[in-house]
Write a protein that binds this ligand. Structure first.
Ligand SMILES: [Zn+2]
Length: 414
């Protein structure tokens, strides 16, 4: 019975330095240097220990894990606002302590990645000087780039599969968004669909400090293989032949998320097709951000009977999108907005029985099925010179994806 569960793999594809390491980086090491015991007393031996800050950690709990027994150091750290802030930070914080054999703290180093930052991290070192004086120093350190591969199979949902692989939510969302114009991840997934991914991580002393770019993704849905390969030159994804994976319009006015993955695309209870209902309803909690599916100008932002709070956006080519029943509107009439820009939040204003987004797509005033339009509109292709550069990237990523899927296949075999 359990043999049918998802079999998973995550392997390291390669490791590169992002650049010369700083001296601050070199000072920290995981290895324990044991001096010649015949020449030195035990008190001179300093050990390095490290840990990662967890939710609810205090100065005391961190020091306990690092085997520090030093009340003076503990008091000093408790009164340091920056240390307290680091213990409450949402991103990962790595801590290294240099501890004397008696438990006295010699030096404590924190390493963390400010939000959105990858290749480098911040490091705060607090070390003991003569007497009871402590000095602290903050610096940038280079992180180590790791490219990792993972491959999995869908049993129930995308998040269930990525959870099994230990992949971050950010990667699951990237996969869903990259293929969203071709696959509706709420409705189209089939048991047995397969995916592979190559992604960067940025690490310090072997500990991942920051997530990086997802470099390549492959999804096999109902036997059809789709690929998205990151091309840094253009800052977007392309398929293996160099066609942009990005379309003029997003497939969904709400970003794929752990919450929205359970959203049902709901049709009107009486008129069961979008055609008669003239739109698509997405059941979603009040407050869920609603984004414009394309670039355009806000033609209407305000109240209309039935629609409640509604935003209408005009796009090129006589196209229009409409977002209704909003709890909140964050754009105003006449404003130019970008694709993916938030226009408001899900609500139940107007004639709505519960919180949901009512979404319409019109071309020259005629209602159209949004799913069909999202698939049709293709965006720009690469120039020959760009294509030549992309081919090099693409070939390397094809090899990476093939490796990921081969490992997965091998593990799946009985
Ligand atoms: Zn509706």
């Amino acid at each position: 019975m359990a043999a049918s569960s998802i079999l998973i793999s995550a392997v390291t594809w390669g490791t590169w330095q992002s650049g010369p390491r700083s001296s601050a980086d070199q000072e920290t090491t995981q290895s324990i240097a044991l001096p010649d015991l015949l020449d030195q007393s035990l008190a001179d031996i300093a050990l390095h220990a490290n840990t990662v800050v967890e939710t609810g950690d205090t100065v005391r709990s961190i020091l306990e894990r690092l085997s520090v027994k030093d009340t003076a150091a503990e008091r000093m750290l408790q009164s340091n606002d920056q240390v307290v802030a680091l213990l409450n930070m949402r991103s990962k914080v790595w801590v290294n302590a240099k501890v004397q054999a008696g438990g006295q703290l010699e030096e404590l180093q924190f390493v963390w990645s400010p939000r959105g930052q990858t290749q480098t991290a911040r490091a705060l070192s607090i070390r003991q000087r003569e007497g009871n004086l402590w000095e602290s120093e903050e610096s940038d350190i280079a992180l180590e780039r790791q490219v990792r591969l993972a491959s999995g199979r869908i049993e129930s949902s995308l998040f269930a599969a990525t959870d099994q692989l230990g992949l971050s939510d950010a990667i699951a969302i990237e996969i869903a968004e990259a293929f969203s114009n071709d696959i509706d991840f709420r409705r189209d997934l089939r048991k047995g669909d397969q995916f592979s991914v190559a992604y960067e991580e940025w690490a310090h002393a072997g500990e991942v400090i920051a997530n990086g770019q997802v470099l390549a993704m492959e999804f096999i849905n109902k036997g059809t293989k789709l690929q998205a390969i990151w091309f840094a030159d253009k800052n977007e994804y392309f398929d293996a032949s160099g066609n942009s994976a990005k379309r003029e319009f997003l497939a969904s006015p709400m970003r794929f998320s752990r919450i929205s993955s359970g959203f049902k695309m709901r049709f009107h209870p009486i008129q069961k097709t979008w055609k008669r209902h003239l739109g698509v309803d997405y059941a979603a909690p009040t407050g869920t951000p609603v984004r414009s599916v394309g670039r355009g100008t806000v033609r209407f932002a305000g109240w209309q009977n039935g629609y409640g709070n509604v935003v209408i956006v005009s796009h090129n080519g006589g196209k229009e999108t409409l977002y209704a029943h909003l709890s909140k509107i964050t754009v105003r009439r006449g404003q130019r907005i970008e694709r993916e820009q938030t226009v408001g939040a899900v609500g139940s204003t107007g004639w709505a029985t519960g919180p949901h987004l009512h979404f319409e797509f019109r071309v020259n005033g005629q209602h159209q099925n949004p799913a069909v339009l999202a698939k049709q509109s293709k965006s720009v292709r690469l120039t020959p010179a760009e294509l030549a550069r992309f081919k090099v990237v693409s070939e390397e990523m094809q090899a990476a994806l093939a490796t990921a899927s081969a490992v997965q296949t091998a593990q799946t075999m009985p």
